[in-house]
Design a protein around this ligand. Structure first.
Ligand SMILES: [Zn+2]
Length: 531
């Protein structure tokens, strides 16, 4: 979530009722009290011993109700939000609720009883994700089956209960807080990019985590910009410093791996790729005219997964050793925070290189209590610099229907001094802008409407593409693109406040108020069979 949640009053300070939780449940079979025989069908089996899995304990209330405990982040019991586990061994005779004359289904209640937060989008209609063996596409449960309330039975913790109908005996069902995105998936994705041998895409290992996982750094730019002595305008993007904030990876990346092979040929040959909703990386490596122009003009440095151990372990906010890495930018240790140390060293080195102009730093997060996409920026004494900083989010608001300028805020809270955005905002000079990009775990509301549209993987990716294309507007490169191709349709959502201060350098100072298409092409309907 937000940079600020560590200090927020809702952050839990006790361990809830889960003092005994040491690790994830491993093929844990729930047997009825007093039952001594061999497990039978219908004795539910819970498992979270897989990558990014998280479930610490299961207490049976009845055959049809279970209390579930999130495993706290490793070495930091304060954070208990992310969950990701499977349930199997469902039995037909557990069916008990008569839905209609001819059809009966099993309805089980799961209570997640030890959240460390009180404020939650569950109050606003968010629902857990589910998929199953026969329906492998993640879906959100119907909100009407989800309840979020303060429970006297669990130290007055907030409890999220959801009712679920197991409808296929042989299926393994998986439940998660949000769309999972693992370290292994990320590595496969980067491998697939490398195999394409693009002369404008470079992957290197900037360092490694405490558990020896890779800290990958991508460089996307025209080879001309990497010639000896070439001057570089750099956009630096990071993601997944908070491991449970999986939307960060969808914004950063793009097409799911399974779709890659089928789409890659047309993807490379067609300029009209916007319908595929690539995220930032997929868009920037594409042959879309905007991407080609951006590569000519800018050097993109992207470290998409700053906390690979936390991602692998199924933590919500911390690293293996229990540190919130986004509080340690001031003085990261090469031993305790090696990935952060590595990326900070590189940024400082680039800052000190006279040939390099580090123009943007954007750190991508997900937010557990707010809707939409929005940004945090810095406060500067210099009014003009402060105003200039507002340009990028205003332009992004023009391009992305899910991005809210009114939710964007600028602050210098002492508690956030150790965040990347705050630290680099203080380090870099007046020509650089540093932001945290937040995107809701749940949904967005389009201006002029009231309905919350739940984010899909594709919608997260689309926000990433819109971030990338906003650099075109910022640097006023639209005329360059128009020479080579028809630009993508523009979207307009919230009316962003007019920009008043003409700029002294580069960026768009007088971009036109777009009157482009209002309607989005986001597909709000999930085509797969509902649970
Ligand atoms: Zn975060």
């Amino acid at each position: 979530m937000a940079e600020g949640s560590q200090s927020a009053p809702e952050a839990g300070n006790d361990m809830g009722n889960d003092d005994a939780i040491g690790g994830n449940v491993s093929k844990y079979i729930v047997l009825p009290t007093g039952y001594c025989g061999q497990p039978k069908k219908g004795h539910l089996i819970f498992d979270a011993c897989f990558e990014s899995g998280n479930l610490g304990r299961v207490d049976q209330v009845s055959e049809f109700e279970y209390d579930l405990f999130i495993r706290p982040d490793t070495c930091n019991p304060r954070f208990r939000v992310w969950f990701n586990f499977t349930v199997e061994n469902v039995k037909e005779s557990q069916v008990r609720e008569i839905v209609d004359t001819f059809r009966v289904v099993l309805r089980v209640i799961f209570n997640i009883v030890n959240f460390s937060k009180t404020k939650s989008l569950y109050r606003d209609g968010m629902a857990p994700m589910v998929k199953s063996t026969s329906r492998p596409k993640w879906q959100r449960l119907p909100p009407k089956n989800v309840y979020y309330y303060r429970c006297p039975d669990h130290r007055k913790n907030y409890v999220m209960s959801f009712a679920f109908c197991f409808d296929r005996e042989e299926d393994i069902y998986q439940f998660a807080y949000c769309y999972p995105y693992t370290y292994t998936r990320f590595q496969h994705y980067l491998d697939s990019l490398q195999k394409r041998n693009m002369d404008y895409f470079f992957r290197e290992q900037l360092g490694q985590s405490v558990q020896q996982r890779k800290l990958d750094l991508l460089t996307i730019t025209s080879p001309d910009n990497l010639r000896e002595g070439a001057e570089q305008k750099v956009v630096f993007i990071t993601g997944r410093v908070h491991p449970g904030e999986t939307p960060s990876s969808f914004v950063c990346q793009g097409i799911p791996p399974g779709h890659w092979a089928a789409l890659s040929s047309s993807f490379q040959n067609s300029p009209g790729i916007h319908w595929m909703s690539p995220g930032i990386i997929d868009f920037l490596v594409s042959q879309h005219p905007i991407a080609c122009v951006l590569r000519e003009y800018l050097v993109f440095k992207i470290a998409p997964m700053l906390n690979p151990d936390g991602v692998y372990l199924g933590n919500y906010r911390c690293s293996l050793m229990g540190f919130d890495l986004n509080r340690h930018w001031l003085d990261p240790s090469p031993w305790v925070h090696p990935t952060l140390h590595g990326v900070k060293q590189l940024i400082v080195q680039m800052y000190n290189d006279p040939k390099t102009s580090l123009e943007f730093y954007i750190d991508i997060h997900a937010h557990s209590t707010m809707m939409n996409g929005f940004m945090y920026g810095n406060i500067f004494e210099d009014e003009e610099r402060f105003q200039r900083q507002a340009i990028f989010p205003k332009l992004l608001c023009q391009n992305a229907e899910d991005f809210s300028y009114s939710s964007t805020s600028f602050n210098r809270d002492a508690v956030k001094a150790g965040t990347g955005r705050r630290f680099l905002g203080g380090l870099l000079d007046h020509t650089s802008y540093c932001y945290t990009l937040e995107v809701s775990f749940y949904s967005y509301i389009i201006s002029g409407t009231t309905a919350a549209v739940p984010y899909t993987e594709e919608a997260y990716m689309k926000l990433g593409r819109n971030v990338a294309r906003t650099f075109l507007d910022y640097y006023r490169l639209n005329p360059v693109v128009e020479k080579v191709a028809i630009p993508m349709p523009r979207l307009r959502k919230e009316k962003s406040p007019p920009y008043k201060h003409p700029l002294l350098r580069g960026p768009a100072s007088n971009y036109p108020n777009s009157k482009g298409d209002k309607k989005s092409s986001v597909n709000h309907k999930d085509p797969s069979t509902p649970f």
